[in-house]
Ligand binder design. Structure first.
Ligand code: HEM
Length: 167
């Protein structure tokens, strides 16, 4: 019985490093591309007073969905991560280590905040009565979410924690 639990544990750890973490890393680019495109469409629609088309609505919706998928993958990575386990096992010592603090707390809390901002923006834009209000709401909330995500990504040049651009 213990042997099977041990094997299962090893398999999930291997899954994290070989599947989930690279997936989480690649999905970052999809999230960023979707957000940049959404922000561009919202700005274009708002400043040139266009009508909020079906494709604008689909972009609003799919950007939020891609971010939600990344959130779920992030949660799975969090539950399996050895770094995070180490952080919670020795919380006092780990707080002094910026990299452990980043992945144990800062990254996940900021990303959670970004997803909440994005979801509120998406839902509010959907319910606005006029097209100009839809574009404006989407523009403001998506820019805020984008900025939080940019700060919370462990770029190779980030002062908080560094990970490769592609894994
Ligand atoms: C839009 C949302 C998110 C983006 C763009 C994002 C991006 C990233 C990137 C680029 C990495 C580095 C991957 C690598 O090592 O190659 C990373 C690592 C990590 N992310 Fe996220 N993330 C997001 C949300 C989340 C959330 C919501 C959680 C947890 C609740 C999370 C937990 C983690 C953990 C624990 C690691 C480090 C795992 C390890 O090295 O052991 N992420 N994330």
């Amino acid at each position: 019985m213990f042997y099977y639990i041990f094997v299962l544990h090893k398999v999930t750890i291997t899954m994290t490093s070989s599947v989930l973490l690279p997936l989480h890393s690649y999905l970052r680019w999809l999230v960023l591309a979707a957000l940049i495109f959404s922000i561009y469409r919202a700005a274009r629609g708002y400043f040139s007073r266009r009508s909020f088309s079906k494709s604008d609505d689909a972009i609003r919706h799919w950007t939020a969905t891609i971010a939600h998928i990344q959130f779920v993958v992030g949660m799975l990575v969090y539950l399996q991560s050895q770094l995070v386990k180490y952080f919670w096992n020795d919380f006092a010592a780990a707080r002094a280590n910026l990299e452990l603090l980043f992945f144990g707390l800062i990254h996940s809390v900021l990303m959670l905040l970004a997803i909440v901002v994005l979801s509120i923006g998406s839902a509010t834009a959907k319910r606005k009565a006029s097209d100009v209000e839809k574009f404006k709401t989407m523009l403001v909330w998506y820019i805020v979410a984008f900025l939080i995500i940019i700060i919370a990504i462990p770029w190779p040049f980030s002062p908080l924690a560094n990970r490769p651009l592609l894994r």
